[in-house]
Structure formats: structure tokens, C-alpha cells
Ligand binder design. Structure first.
Ligand code: NAD
Length: 353
């Protein structure tokens, strides 16, 4: 199994180094993992004048899965837009046709006090949001700003082809089968034709997954239910813009940006795995970043692309163990726990494996 490792910028190299330690430990135990690194984002610009160097894209395409740290930093904010780090990230997602974005929101019991919601509301929280990533109002044509009747109007097009809905619905049903077998499709079918089609297609796909209990919810209600009673959800599937908003809302239920992993998958479950947070330039180079989101991204990679469930569970259990031992990086530190640096946390996870 070949893994393209793209550390990126800011804290990217520090946190990815910890994830690499974990993969090396698994490889030492017999898992056939090979890793190769390449620059992306600002590092890509520095190395090759391009936030997505051709050699990096080629490596990513040839690999079985991609592990990414994060991209971006103030040094690159004044570059022409096509040269900026974030452009490299958008391009690699598009080039690899990563249309299904998986964002789990999982609350570790030890971190319950980090949530802004009361512990009894979020205890046991374990949601997976599947967001469509390459369609919807973000990409639909026509779009623009023009003069109509003597004033400027801005417009975008919410658009989904049924094939786009079908393929992401299959991903979501497949994931629901591996979890609690409950899927909630979120749309706004009471007002939007695009959502009406979305709902129809999801219902069609559901016939192939009779064991999954399918429900439907309007997005405004879903936003409310996520803070009222988030534990009612197992898997949520939704379009690009609704998913953008709901997945950020759901991730913050757990209170800790340094803990959450994500995956972006293509048609064949090949994917790019990354923490949900950015390159955190404010703490880069200080060895204090939380590497657990990146380490947990490796667990997702083993589960969803490499079909190594046992190894995925081993990583997740190791993370639970270090948290139970009271080890905390600065972002999740509370009184009475033990402060660990980024590399100490990586070492502790390897030891717990
Ligand atoms: P950010 O996620 O980088 O940081 C937000 C806050 O969370 C900061 O205070 C940071 O120190 C903290 N934080 C983030 N990850 C952490 C970790 N692992 N451990 C401890 N603390 C952590 O978001 P931002 O500050 O808005 O953006 C910084 C840069 O990252 C920008 O250039 C932005 O474009 C980029 N960015 C990249 C991605 C990505 O690569 N996928 C995503 C978001 C932002």
C-alpha cells in the first residue's frame, strides 16, 4: 500500500511527522505500508513555483491513498491567486475527483468539558457527515455579477445531476452499513427543485440498502437538531453548501479542532486524508500542535481506502488510551492533566499501539 505523504505548511510537517511515526510502527508490525513525501501548498511554491507541482500530483495519483497535513501561511497571502497554497489543495481535490467528503464528529469522553454544549447533550456523540464536494452552487453555471435593470445583481446556480447525487448517496449508504445503519439525507426540498431531485435520487438508491434506515430532514431543522439533540444522528448525507456549514457546526460540538480527521474519496474509495484544521501559523515550529487529528486521519485511511479495519481500530484505541492516561497537548489541556508536546504525543500513541 503506497501512501503519498504531503506535509504542506505551518504545523503540517510537525503533525505529519507524528502520523508517519504511527505508520512506521504499523509497518514494523507487518502492515505493508510504503510512504513517499512531496511538497504541496506554500512548500510546493517554494520548491517548484507551483502550489501543486506536477511531480506531487503524479505521486498522489499513483499512490493508493494520500495523507495531507495542511497548507497556507501569511508568507503566501500576497501571491497571485493561482499561486496561493489553497489553490493547490482545491486543484488536487478536483484532479483526483474527490467528490465525497467525510467529516466525523466524535466526542472522546475525556474531552467532554471542551464542548460548548452541556456534557449530557454531547456525551457519546459519534456522527459522520458525508458532504458532496465537487458540485452544487459552488460550481454550477451560470454564475457572476452583472447589471440588470440598472443595478448590480450577483447570481449562482444550485445544480446537481442525478449521477452526482447517486454516487455520493452510495458512499453514504456504504458508510452507514459499516456504522449504525441510519442515514439522514439533508436538503431543502420544500423550496428548492435541486433538493427535490436530490431527495428522489436518494430514495431510489436506498432500495439497494434495505438494512439502512433512511430519514430526510430540511437543512434549517438539521442545523437546529445538531445542537438540540446531536446524538439522534448516525450518518448524514448532504450537498456541498449545506454540508460545508453543517460539518463545521458538528465538528465544534466536540470542542477541539486539533482532534478531528477528514477524508475525501473518489469513485473507487481512493482518498485524501487530512485533519480538518489549517496550518496554524501562530503555533508553527513550536512543537506544541496537536497531532491527533492527523494520526486519526491515518485510521480513517486504513478503514475507508485500505480496508484495514483492525489497524484502524488499533490507532483509535491507542488515541483513547493516551487521553485516558491524561496526556494533553496545549489546545486540549485542562488542569489536572499532563501537558505533552506534539512529538511527545506522537511517541505516546506509538507506545500505546
Ligand atoms: P487554523 O485551523 O490553521 O487555526 C485556527 C486556530 O486553531 C489557531 O489558533 C491554531 O493555532 C489552532 N489550531 C489549529 N490546528 C491546531 C492543532 N493541530 N493543534 C493546536 N491548535 C491548532 O485556521 P486559520 O488560522 O484560519 O488559518 C491558518 C492558515 O491555514 C491559513 O493560511 C488558511 O488558509 C489555512 N487553512 C488550510 C486548511 C487546509 O489545509 N485544509 C484549512 C483551513 C485553513
Amino acid at each position: 500500500m503506497k501512501i503519498a505523504v504531503l506535509p504542506g505548511d505551518g504545523i503540517g510537517p510537525e503533525i505529519v511527522a507524528q502520523a508517519v511515526k504511527v505508520m512506521k510502527a504499523l509497518a514494523g508490525d507487518g502492515l505493508k505500508l510504503e510512504m513517499e513525501e512531496a511538497p504541496i501548498g506554500g512548500a510546493g511554491y517554494d520548491a517548484a513555483g507551483d502550489p501543486l507541482p506536477e511531480s506531487t500530483l503524479a505521486l498522489a495519483k499513483a499512490a493508493d491513498a494520500v495523507l495531507l497535513g495542511a497548507v497556507g501561511g501569511p508568507r503566501y497571502d500576497t501571491l497571485d491567486r493561482p499561486l496561493r497554497p489553497e489553490r493547490g489543495l482545491l486543484r488536487i481535490r478536483k484532479e483526483m475527483n474527490l467528490f465525497a467528503n467525510l467529516r466525523p464528529a466524535f466526542l472522546y469522553p475525556e474531552l467532554a468539558s471542551a464542548s460548548t454544549l452541556r456534557p449530557e447533550v454531547v456525551a457519546g456523540l459519534d456522527i459522520m457527515i458525508v458532504r458532496e464536494l465537487t458540485g452544487d452552487v459552488y460550481f454550477g453555471q451560470p454564475r457572476g455579477i452583472e447589471i440588470r435593470n440598472g443595478e448590480r445583481v450577483g447570481f449562482n446556480t444550485m445544480l446537481y445531476a442525478e449521477s452526482e447525487v447517486r454516487r455520493v448517496a452510495h458512499v453514504a449508504f456504504g458508510i452507514a452499513m459499516k456504522r449504525g445503519r441510519k442515514l439522514c439525507s439533508v436538503e431543502k426540498a420544500n423550496v428548492l427543485e435541486c433538493s427535490e431531485l436530490w431527495k428522489e435520487v436518494v430514495i431510489e438508491v436506498a432500495k439497494e440498502y434495505p438494512e439502512v434506515e433512511l430519514s430526510h430532514m430540511y437543512v434549517d431543522n438539521a442545523a437546529m437538531q445538531l445542537v438540540r439533540n446531536p446524538r439522534q444522528f448516525d450518518v448524514i448525507v448532504t450537498g456541498n453548501i449545506f454540508g460545508d456549514i453543517l460539518s463545521d457546526e458538528a465538528s465544534m460540538l466536540t470542542g477541539s479542532i486539533g482532534m478531528l480527521a477528514s477524508a475525501s474519496l473518489d469513485q473507487n474509495n481512493k482518498g485524501m486524508y487530512e485533519p480538518i484544521h489549517g496550518s496554524a501559523p501562530d503555533i508553527a515550529g513550536k512543537n506544541i500542535a496537536n497531532p491527533l487529528a492527523t494520526i486519526l486521519s491515518v485510521a480513517m485511511m486504513l478503514r475507508y481506502t485500505l480496508n484495514q479495519e483492525a489497524a484502524a481500530v488499533r490507532i483509535e484505541n491507542a488515541v483513547k488510551k493516551v487521553l485516558a492516561q491524561g496526556l494533553r497537548t496545549a489546545d486540549i489541556y485542562t488542569e489536572g492533566t499532563k501537558k505533552a508536546s506534539c512529538s511527545e504525543m506522537g511517541d505516546a500513541v506509538v507506545a500505546a499501539l
